[in-house]
Design a protein around this ligand. Sequence first.
Ligand code: UDP
Ligand code: MG
Length: 312
Amino acid sequence: MSGEVELSVVVPVYNEEENIQPLYGELKPVLDKLGKKYEIIFIDDGSTDQSFPELERLHRKDERVKVMKFRRNFGKSAALASGFDKAQGELVFTMDGDLQDDPKEMPKFLSKIDEGYDLVVGWKHKRKDSYTKKIPSKIFNSLSMHLTGVNVHDSNCCFKAYKKEVVKEIRIYGELHRYIPALAHWKGFRVTEVKVNHRKRKYGNSKYGVMRLFKGFLDLITVKFLTTYARRPLHFFGTPGFIFSAIGFFAGLYLLYEKYIMNQLIGERPLLLLSVFFVLIGAQFIFIGLIGEMITNTAGEVGVYNLEVILD
Ligand code: UDP
Ligand code: MG
């Protein structure tokens, strides 16, 4: 079978027992119509309901359905990452397992891929979720658009189509799946978006609460840092380092002037403490940056660049 698959659909599933059969029921006709050899990879992210038995049932019925099961809940990023490892198709789709994404939209993504894009991101422009989800998500998306420079409205939308190179290249862990477009853009892939139909959740519950706000913000800092400075940490830490050192240095210089030229006592001046403090802090920053450089230099497995073509 290996090498024959042209299209892989990756679906993370965490306690979606009622959604699995209907999702397969919707996916199959759409995929059959596309006329590509396909596989559907479900990753059971440690479900505690009947999701896995449901998936097993599908697998027995249709050998194109592949199932991976985590021993516990590792999160959506881990689920997607393991699906990406397994996927064999030249084209890969990801979508939620809760029926909110509409498989009928798949051809739209494919036409964008045909236009030459490497990653096509769904945009739930009429999102069918509560306001407690929609508002924070809007804020995040505009923040991340500004910070990462990737112009997609709905970075976190799971409904995406990728060329194989993209999924094999980007490394997602923690909660980084929200920033796949930024990571792909950083690696030099061409990213675009298409508007998609979004539906209300009929069965089961959303798995994300308010904590996602806070975690999402930390992840945004990670992504910004990784995509900008991962390869040159000293540029990041060195800047505050030099600023602090310079403030400390000039404050010290001023005190020396007071002591030797103006003949004043400086031993009890708060500025003296401040000056020493700033020089130390500044030095710390610079050394942290240098340690970062050492780590970057020895961490061989993280790609520095991403080759598109090799002719030999
Ligand atoms: N999911 C997962 N692991 C998790 C949380 C969620 O695999 O730890 C899956 C979930 O089963 C669904 C998709 O990720 O298929 C999106 O989750 P959900 O619908 O809860 O997110 P929302 O649509 O509310 O953002
Ligand atoms: Mg959902």
